[in-house]
Design a protein around this ligand. Structure first.
Ligand code: IPM
Ligand code: MG
Length: 350
């Protein structure tokens, strides 16, 4: 069985996952690695962004690490052949419904944020984004021509009790190991799906997690609170679309999108999907200057959540922090190191 399946994907994906390979070789040489094309790269080779073989390989690995997908080259591909469709298919096909996106400010980077140091220093909260439901997958969805001219587009936001409950359960369990607080974000003031979300979270809390502090917040207010007073959050649980948006806002608190990893988890015993949350960054792809830390930290999360190597995860996390302390900076952090040199800095600390 493969321990870690690498899906480098497109843009800067191959550059940053190559550094994960180096780090894995140093810290955990016993891990078996495999690699397959994914996203636009897979479309170019096989005519599909996610082949059946790749999905099967993902489901039979212990963990999957994706680099990034997408780019201008595939902008005009049909929707179901676009690189992003491959990513959604992978998330759904692996059943990874809970997406953990840490918003963590590394001490040496407190000045790299566009927010004031006192707002972000010591920041450490976790967004739990529902990842396999909601408007990303809801049916019906289409664009139709209207008889009188013009067109009409429909997307469907849909959630079931079971989908809300299982992701909320992940959030509550996570909070118990942290500062014991969950904030649940929705739009129950205008959306029925938000109303159900709030009811299900409240009910689960009463039944199983009364020891955890629960607060509800409207998603728009959550966006404001994230930039106003982000340290109030411990675990923030929300749906797929709000989670997509709020996690980008949270990423900027921490200095750079190039720093943030994520873990997508399904039911216990199934492989997790690990992704840096930055995209394929076509503007810097191929230049060798992408920050590899988000990918390296995604590997750190894989060690922790799928590969049962918390000891190595702790070691790797500390090495990244030390590298930053000693001044290692790629251009996104205001420095001059290349992708390879940033990984070198982490390897040196290891
Ligand atoms: C993310 C990305 C993806 C999403 C895109 C690339 C499909 O923005 O992981 O946040 O919208 O989920
Ligand atoms: Mg996003």
């Amino acid at each position: 069985m493969t321990d870690l399946l690498l899906l480098p994907g497109d843009g800067i994906g191959p550059e940053v996952t190559a550094q994960v390979r180096r780090v894995a070789g140093k810290i955990a040489p016993d891990l078996t690695l495999d690699e397959r094309p994914f996203g636009g790269a897979s479309f170019d080779q096989h005519g599909s962004p996610l082949t059946d073989e790749t999905l099967a390989a993902a489901n039979s690995a212990r963990a999957v690490l994706m680099g990034a997908v997408g780019g201008p080259k595939w902008r005009d591909a049909p929707r179901d052949k676009r690189p992003e469709a491959g990513l959604l298919g992978l998330r759904a096909g692996m059943g990874v419904f809970a997406n953990l996106r840490p918003a963590l400010c590394f001490q040496p980077l407190a000045d790299a944020s566009s927010l004031k140091r006192e707002v972000v220093e010591g920041l450490d909260f976790m967004i739990v984004r529902e990842l396999t439901g909601g408007i990303y997958f809801g049916e019906p969805r289409y664009i139709e021509d209207l008889p009188g001219g013009g067109r009409r587009a429909v997307d469907t936001q849909v959630y079931t009790t079971a989908e809300i409950e299982r992701v909320a359960r992940v959030a509550f369990e996570l909070a118990r190991g942290r500062r014991n607080k969950v904030t649940s974000a929705e739009k129950s003031n205008v959306m029925d799906s938000g109303l159900l979300w709030r009811e299900v979270v409240t009910d689960l809390h009463r039944r199983e997690f009364a020891d955890v502090t629960l607060e509800h917040i409207l998603a728009d207010n959550a966006a404001m609170q994230i930039v106003k007073n982000p340290k109030q959050f411990d675990v923030l649980v929300t749906d797929n679309l709000f989670g997509d948006i709020l996690s980008d806002a949270a990423a900027q608190l921490t200095g750079s999108l190039g720093m943030l990893p994520s873990a997508a988890l399904g039911l216990p015993g199934t492989p997790g999907l690990y992704e840096p949350i930055h995209g394929s960054a076509p503007d810097i792809a191929g230049k060798g200057i992408a920050n590899p830390l988000a990918a390296i930290l995604s590997f750190e999360m894989a060690l922790r959540w799928s590969l049962d190597r918390t000891d190595l995860a702790d070691k790797l996390f500390a090495a990244v922090n030390r590298a930053l302390q000693h001044g290692a900076r790629t251009p996104d952090l205001g420095g001059k190191l290349t992708t390879v040199e940033m990984a070198d800095a982490v390897l040196a600390e290891l």
